[in-house]
Write a protein that binds this ligand. Structure first.
Ligand SMILES: CC(C)(COP(=O)(O)OP(=O)(O)OC[C@H]1O[C@@H](n2cnc3c(N)ncnc32)[C@H](O)[C@@H]1OP(=O)(O)O)[C@@H](O)C(=O)NCCC(=O)NCCS
Length: 169
């Protein structure tokens, strides 16, 4: 467990119970959930928050809140979750920010800091799964060092897979 990582503008830290209401609101918000299959119901949103907290109890770079230091507001999340692809458990890197916090370099700033932290505690490959039409996400993945691997179909949707190796060479 970690207290999180700090950058010039952001604090990236594990979820706390006091974040629950904010994430319940965000997971049900259409704009926040752009490029997700759907917004979540209140029950699904609560379960997603619980899952985020669970993952962060075992993985210090699990998907976690990104706090804008100037305002103290949770403006998004970044980090990994478990995903099974072709029968193999992998770690999938993701990010999602509120519309007013997009285009400021936050996904890259938060991601780079958390990835550096990840590389100190974990050695292995991370995966990013991106809708081919999601230009900003592809750009962020590239800036974080992810390289295009292959194209596949997940739950009927075409998506591009990118990989990044972290940790010891
Ligand atoms: C994807 C997302 C997390 C990016 O966050 P962000 O903090 O705005 O990202 P950054 O500011 O670090 O970088 C965005 C980059 O995309 C570029 N960009 C913006 N619009 C673009 C477009 N339509 N096509 C291609 N690139 C675009 C920006 O110019 C910037 O690149 P640059 O720094 O080289 O100029 C944010 O847009 C978001 O939350 N989107 C909705 C949820 C989502 O799609 N999550 C990812 C699912 S895979």
């Amino acid at each position: 467990m970690t207290d999180g990582v700090t950058t010039d503008r952001l604090l990236v830290r594990p979820p706390q119970e006091t974040d629950r209401a904010r994430f319940l609101e965000l997971f049900q918000d259409e704009a926040f959930m752009a490029f997700a299959p759907a917004v979540l119901t209140p029950e699904q949103a609560g379960a997603r928050f619980d899952h985020m907290a669970d993952v962060c109890r075992t993985i210090p770079f699990g998907k976690q809140p990104v706090v804008e230091r100037a305002t103290g507001r949770v403006v998004g999340y970044t980090g990994v979750d478990h995903i099974e692809i072709d029968g193999r458990d992998r770690l999938e890197w993701g990010y999602r920010f509120v519309p007013e916090a997009r285009g400021l370099g936050y996904a890259t700033e938060a991601g780079a800091a958390l990835l550096e932290h990840a590389g100190r505690t974990y050695t292995g490959e991370l995966l990013a799964i991106i809708d081919p039409g999601n230009g900003p996400s592809k750009r962020v993945a590239g800036k974080l060092g992810f390289a295009f691997w292959t194209q596949t179909t997940i739950d009927g949707d075409r998506c591009d897979l990118y990989t990044l190796r972290v940790g010891q060479a």
